[in-house]
Design a binder for this molecule. Structure first.
Ligand code: BES
Ligand code: ZN
Length: 659
């Protein structure tokens, strides 16, 4: 049933909601528009619509359903075809504003094929340009079976377009950038505001849309998307194959994703499986072998998994993130594969977004913690269920140490350390630690104060009540106060809710990790600092988290002799876990350790994951010794990086077109 978003807004904003219109009742609706009519998302309130990263004006006219019909052109590095948009518009709306970044529009037509006037506005760096389209005079007929208060789209437009070859969302990999080396590869990364470079729609997280797609690709490639595959691929013109997908849940548009390459599927259990290149599939399937158990744990904790299947794709190493929670098809870096499932916190994390992020989504990029912080907390709870309390506590201790360090570096009164980005600073400028690590610490603190049972019940009810809806920090706090705190003034005081969400630094009531979590490792690190003693036997028995902790506890400054001994005794440059290997390379490079340069160079040429790449370039760039090395390596590797990693390293190295 249609439900106008539960109101937690000030009366003035309710007025805007009251402008919700009654739709003109007409006759029948074509099948595509009807398909998911029960879940057509309403016109947004002005608070939900507030997103200064989008040009859309969804209080006037909003996209409700998107149907893509696209061809992938690997030689031109473009996608092209049509996007058919079903639109819900206010009775007096004359136009709709879409987001576009670099799209080449061929035509925009109504259902009958008549051209509609449109204009592309001025482009803003990173944000793209508003694409304003005049709404057709003819309205979509209304399904007579709908009751008067049920929403149905009012207009349909068809945009014919081609993406630009340098579209930020799309990375077109050459065969050499894949494991097999024989076929090209394509993947997309929509979050945060990249999808407007390949899809002409309203690209704001509050504007949830259902979607479907038909995509053609060269016949030797498989295509996957963040929607359920519909039927088997079918032959299409010019020796190609056509793949169909559908997403019947309303999703924020950044969650529309595609990948294509020489990939194959391996089932893991009744509702999960993994895609990867043939060269990678065995190791990938082995690594993610706990997926069914992770899903079961998530459901037992926070309620039904509402997306049907949970599949994953392990991408080539150029992928700039660890993972991306694209619905029914999590995208993963291959660098998490360690052989022992020790980096599976990543899977728990992306899966956890099935509740926080994908089911309930921040209405704007200011509330990053509602996606990432809540997810990191759930990740930790799932990890505890599946891998035990000790591992969960260690992983929390690593996260907490990052938080403390990040706040120390920035200063406890730095606005970048607030969970909710203040309007004064850009929504992407909030520190990662404030969104991920402070978010986890916040929920853990509330959990401990109110008790796990009560907290879990509340969090589950929060997800239920706001399923498939945009959320804000204000809504989160209001719901928590109404349903968990109640009239308990003493509890309200102990929780320090506003200080956590809006304040800077780390509130005094924080529940820190158990100091015992790393007792042995911290003692070993202290002993190393005191006497230089290293215990290879103990090291090799440690968990990945323990090894990471040890490397993070090492002194900033290490001599060549110390680095050589560390490497020789602990086998650091042969580490099978990329997180451990990365910490070793970072320590070596920041200390001008020549013998590590060739390995760092190979690593940087192979891996595009920004979390590894940027800090390694920063470590090099921090010394007069390393600066020319950084520039020499980057000149070779830059072209192979995703636009996101490239822009981060460009900034770090103050790189410009000339190098
Ligand atoms: N959704 C994020 C990735 C993201 C965030 C992309 C913001 C673009 C903008 C994803 O779920 C994530 O957090 N990935 C982490 C995983 C880690 C915390 C386990 C990553 O990639 O490192
Ligand atoms: Zn995440």
């Amino acid at each position: 049933m249609i439900e106008i978003i539960k109101s937690t807004f000030a009366p003035a904003r309710l007025l805007a909601a009251a402008f919700l219109f009654v739709l003109a009742a007409c006759s029948t609706v074509p099948e595509a528009a009807q398909r998911n009519s029960a879940s057509i998302a309403p016109i947004l309130t002005s608070e939900q619509a507030r997103d200064d990263q989008s040009f859309a004006r969804p209080t006037e006219a909003r996209v409700a359903h998107l149907a893509l019909d696209l061809g992938l052109d690997f030689s031109a590095q473009t996608v092209s075809g049509t996007a058919t948009l079903d639109i819900l518009a206010q009775p007096d709306a004359r136009e709709i504003v879409l987001d576009s970044n670099g799209l080449r529009i061929a035509s925009i037509r109504d259902m009958a094929g008549n051209a509609l006037p449109y204009r592309m506005g001025e482009s803003v760096e990173g944000k793209g340009a508003p694409l304003t389209v005049q709404l057709p005079v003819d309205r979509l007929p209304r399904d007579p079976a709908l009751s008067a208060d049920e929403l149905a789209p009012t207009h349909r437009i068809v945009v014919a377009y081609t993406s630009a070859p340098n579209a930020e969302a799309l990375q077109w990999l050459s065969p050499e950038q894949t494991a097999g080396g024989a076929y090209p590869f394509l993947y997309s990364q929509g979050q945060a505001i990249n999808n407007r470079t390949w899809i002409p729609t309203q690209d704001s997280p509050g504007i949830r849309q259902t979607w479907e797609a038909r995509v053609t690709a060269p016949e030797d490639l498989n295509v996957v998307m963040s929607g359920v595959a519909v039927g088997d691929p079918e032959p299409a013109a010019n020796g190609r194959r056509a793949f169909r997908f559908a997403m019947e849940n309303n999703v924020p548009p950044y969650l529309i994703a595609i990948a294509a390459g020489n990939i194959e599927f391996r089932a893991l259990g009744p509702r999960s499986g993994v895609w990867a290149e043939p060269e990678t599939i065995a190791a990938a399937a082995q690594e993610v072998g706990d997926t069914e158990a992770l899903i079961d744990a998530g459901e037992a904790l926070f309620g039904e998994y509402r997306w049907g299947r949970y599949d994953m794709i392990v991408l080539p190493p150029a992928f700039p993130y660890g993972g991306m929670e694209n619905p029914v098809m999590t995208f993963l870096t291959p660098t998490f594969i360690a052989g022992d499932r020790s980096n599976n916190g990543l899977i728990a994390h992306e899966l956890a977004h099935s509740w926080s992020g994908n089911l309930t989504t921040y209405a704007s990029w200011r509330d990053g913690w509602l996606n990432e912080g809540v997810t990191s907390y759930i990740e930790s709870r799932i990890t505890e269920e599946v891998y035990g309390e000790e591992r969960a506590e260690q992983e929390y201790a690593l996260s907490y140490a990052s938080l403390v360090e990040g706040v120390e570096e920035a200063g406890a009164d730095n606005p970048n350390t607030a969970m909710r980005s203040p309007d004064a600073i850009g929504p992407f400028d909030t520190q990662g630690v404030a969104i991920y690590d402070k978010g986890t610490a916040f929920l853990r603190t509330v959990e401990r104060i109110v008790g796990r049972e009560r907290f879990d019940a509340w969090l589950t009810s929060w997800f239920d009540a706001h399923a498939f809806q945009p959320i804000t920090s204000e809504m989160f706090l209001a719901d928590l106060r109404r349903n968990l705190v109640g009239n308990d003034a003493a509890l309200e005081q102990r929780l320090m809710l506003d200080e956590w969400v809006y304040g800077t630094g780390i509130p005094a009531n924080v529940i820190a990790p158990d100091p015992q979590a790393f007792a042995e490792v911290d003692a070993a690190a202290a002993a190393y600092v005191r006497t230089g003693a290293l215990d290879a036997g103990a090291w090799s028995g440690w968990t990945a988290a323990e090894q990471m902790r040890f490397l993070r506890e090492l002194p900033e400054e290490l001599s060549d002799a110390q680095l050589a001994t560390l490497d020789r005794t602990l086998g650091l440059s042969g580490a099978g876990n990329n997180e451990v290997l990365f910490l070793w390379l970072e320590a070596a490079l920041r200390n001008e350790y020549d013998p590590a340069v060739p390995q760092a160079e190979r690593f940087l040429a192979r891996v595009g994951r920004n979390k590894f790449v940027s800090p390694l370039f920063a470590a090099l760039n921090g010394t007069a010794w390393g600066r020319p090395i950084a520039r020499r390596i980057y000149a070779d590797t830059r072209d192979g990086y995703h636009a996101y990693t490239r822009s981060a390293v460009d900034r770090e190295l103050e790189w410009n077109a000339e190098g």
